[in-house]
Design a protein around this ligand. Structure first.
Ligand code: UDX
Ligand code: UDX
Length: 463
């Protein structure tokens, strides 16, 4: 490696966050060597191949420009820890499934094990940057582990939460609304923050880089996701009232969103939010509130997740109800399985609940998603290695819909807006139903073809 590089950055965790974020830093900072390490060798091999492990529009281009120059992917965790001046920690922090806080608290064992690995291999002081979303005060635990295991080396721990959204990660990284950096308000802490600020300042205006104390930064990530999810649950709760009254939820969202105090974003009613963050972070927030003796606050935020669960089950229950209260042995086409368009990520996708519900009702379910592999769909729905002949994966939307009694649009992929619905209708038994869980198709046009079509929070036919 050329010796002229002034700074070495290492990122532990080559996932949806670590991979794209480091690729952008490498692209924008030609004088910094960035190495992403992961204990998963297959994932690292994929990052080094022509087929990246995650689908993200524009990412191939960014990786191709920097990889091999100043962007590297490696399994040599210990070696890269030694070399690094700054270490980003971007490992996953799933919801705990056991013991105290099961189902709500964050499982921090990967964070702890990474802190111990850093302590074991570091030979000089470093800046450690938390990228993973974690409960408030986790930086303290990391500092304690580092302090008690290293031979007097000095570490600064910063919090630098990621706000990118999947599907638009490259755009979000290029032009973020803000970058948040939290650190200790001590001379060493301020110096470390300034070093990290100088990295981002190469392409992001200084006034969009905010520095705060550690706890504000850690908490802000949870709160940002809780507020975003809260808007979706709010509009989804109103979607049910729209269906009952004949109002149109998109018209309501448009009308209220024009109020600049409310704003128009994140008001799209849907079958329910998914993704790796919203539910996990809210549950985490509620657990924190309870731990700090604030059960009322916990209950308030918990209801955001409650409405989301209800919205998901309301959608599948409606399919069963409208198909004359039975879907047994009827084919149902599910269009889309990812938690949103333009990603192959299925974590917490509403599709998982919908498909499971329909299988429980003995429907024959045929799923099509443009980016999610068949194995992933089966594993998410049934469990690893489990098969169910009632669940099939189609190669395109037309195959999924052929012979189906109903179609359910679960992910808002653009290609579902322009399908030849007249052709699809002709290949379905009558009456043919369509349930648009994303409000992306023209219900009136479908009704003209003959579909019994319904959306989320949309007036029923003829209303
Ligand atoms: C991120 C964040 O880090 C998480 O806190 C946030 O809430 C969601 O987004 P993400 O990048 O999506 O996680 O996770 P994932 O795609 O699962 O990637 C994490 C990677 O870390 C995996 O490739 C895993 O193999 C790796 N890892 C995990 C390690 O290398 N070492 C460990 O000890 C644990
Ligand atoms: C989210 C945050 O937006 C991001 O800042 C944070 O870093 C990680 O979590 P992500 O989960 O990748 O990002 O996607 P996002 O666009 O927020 O969508 C989350 C879910 O909400 C998706 O299922 C999406 O379809 C749904 N959604 C979003 C709606 O149902 N309606 C909306 O108006 C917006």
């Amino acid at each position: 490696m050329p010796t002229s590089f002034i700074m070495n950055i290492c990122c532990i965790g080559a996932g949806y966050v670590g991979g794209p974020t480091m690729a952008m830093i490498a692209l924008k900072c030609a004088d910094i060597t960035v190495t992403v390490v992961d204990m998963n060798a297959a994932r690292i091999a994929a990052w080094n191949s022509g087929q990246l492990p995650i689908f993200e529009p524009g990412l191939d281009d960014v990786v191709n420009q920097a990889r091999g120059k100043n962007l590297f992917f490696s399994t040599d965790v210990a070696g890269q820890i030694k070399k690094a001046d700054i270490i980003f920690v971007a490992v996953n922090t799933p919801t705990k499934t056991y013991g105290v806080g099961a189902g709500r608290a964050a499982d921090l064992r990967f964070i702890e094990s990474v802190a111990r690995t850093i302590a074991e291999h570091a030979e000089s002081g470093k800046i450690i940057v938390e990228k993973s979303t974690i409960p408030v005060k986790t930086a303290d635990a990391i500092k304690t582990i580092l302090a008690s295991n290293t031979k007097g080396l000095k570490f600064a721990v910063l919090s630098n939460p990621e706000f990118l959204a999947e599907g638009t990660a490259v755009k979000d990284l290029l032009n973020p609304d803000r970058v948040l950096i939290g650190g200790e308000r001590t001379p060493d802490g301020e110096k470390a923050m300034e070093t990290l600020v100088s990295v981002y300042a190469r392409w992001i205006p200084r006034d969009r880089i905010i520095t705060t104390n550690l706890w504000s930064s850690e908490l802000s990530k949870l709160v940002a996701n809780a507020f975003l999810a809260q808007r979706i649950s709010s509009i989804n709760s109103i979607s049910a009232l729209c269906e009952a009254t004949g109002a149109d939820v998109d018209e309501v969202a448009n009308a209220i969103g024009k109020d600049s105090r409310i704003g128009s974003k994140f008001l799209k009613s849907s079958v329910g939010f998914g993704g790796s963050c919203f539910q996990k972070d809210i549950l985490n927030l509620t657990y924190l509130c309870e731990s700090f003796g604030l059960p009322e606050v916990a209950k308030y935020w918990e209801s955001v997740v409650g409405i989301n669960d209800w919205q998901k089950s309301r959608f599948s229950a409606r399919i069963v109800k409208e198909l004359f209260n039975t879907v047994a042995d009827k084919k149902i086409a599910i269009l889309g399985f990812a938690f949103k368009k333009d990603t192959n990520d299925t974590r917490e996708s509403a599709a998982i609940n919908v498909v499971r519900h329909l299988l429980t009702e003995h429907a024959k379910v045929s799923v099509y998603d443009p980016k999610v592999p068949a194995d992933e769909i089966k594993t998410d729905t049934l469990g690893k290695g489990v098969d169910n002949p009632r669940l099939t994966i189609a190669k395109d939307a037309y195959e999924a819909c052929a012979g189906a009694h109903a179609i359910a649009i679960v992910t808002e992929w653009d290609e579902f807006k322009t399908l030849d619905y007249a052709k699809i209708y002709a290949a379905m038994p009558q009456p043919a139903f369509l349930f648009d869980g994303r409000n992306i198709v023209d219900l009136d046009a479908l009704r003209k073809i003959g579909f019994k079509a319904s959306g989320i929070g949309k007036p029923a036919e003829g209303r």
